[in-house]
Design a protein. Structure first.
Length: 202
């Protein structure tokens, strides 16, 4: 990277417990393009895997809320990685609950002006684990891309309620969402393509 400060493109990956957020982020880290530097911040105590490609930097934080109990730790890690590693992309795992909106607002706040650039949000929603109405509403109003995972076939459709909410959102702002239905693990190329449709220029 050049010495000139460039705001870092940031993706917040959210989803309910068991959606595979950490595994998805670590899988993406293994697909980093040559010559790029990525920082991945996951939640949990699984530790950092070995054998990651050069340029992939993973930080595993405890199960703290990014906007509450874990904010100080996250701020410290973010400050260090943005100052010293200067990544091309930043990935942050976040819980799908009422704190997601606060986390997105915090990342977009004045403390990170000039450091964190465009912020995208992707939600992983397992087809075989029903969401509470609150979590479903948060996902559909905060995410730029929604991946319904564990789908049995590419033509599998989302639950009827989710389809109605997605249709209403698309009518209000058709450029701000994209639903994809992978049959297995969500690859980085699939996620990038889905987000690119909703947020051109990523």
């Amino acid at each position: 990277m050049t010495d000139e400060l460039q705001p870092v493109w940031t993706l917040v990956l959210t989803g309910p417990p068991g959606a595979g957020k950490s595994d998805t982020l670590l899988n993406w880290a293994r697909q980093i393009p040559e010559g790029e530097v990525w920082t991945v911040i996951t939640r949990g105590n699984a530790g950092v895997p070995v054998g990651l490609p050069t340029g992939a930097h993973v930080l595993a934080l405890a199960h703290d809320c990014a906007c509450c109990t874990g904010q100080v730790l996250l701020r410290t890690h973010l400050s260090r990685t943005l100052r010293f590693r200067r990544p091309h992309r930043l990935f942050i795992e976040a819980a799908l609950d009422e704190h997601l909106v606060k986390t997105l607002s915090w990342l977009a706040g004045p403390a990170w002006t000039g450091w964190i650039g465009p912020i995208s949000c992707m939600a992983l929603l397992p087809m075989n684990k029903p969401l509470t109405p609150q979590c479903q509403a948060i996902a559909l109003t905060s995410a730029h891309a929604i991946c319904y995972t564990d789908a049995a076939a590419p033509e599998c459709t989302a639950p009827a309620q989710a389809q109605r909410l997605l249709a209403a959102r698309a009518q209000a702002d058709p450029a701000q969402w994209r639903m994809v239905l992978p049959t297995g693990r969500v690859s980085w190329s699939l996620a990038h393509d889905a987000l690119g449709c909703a947020r051109p220029g990523i």
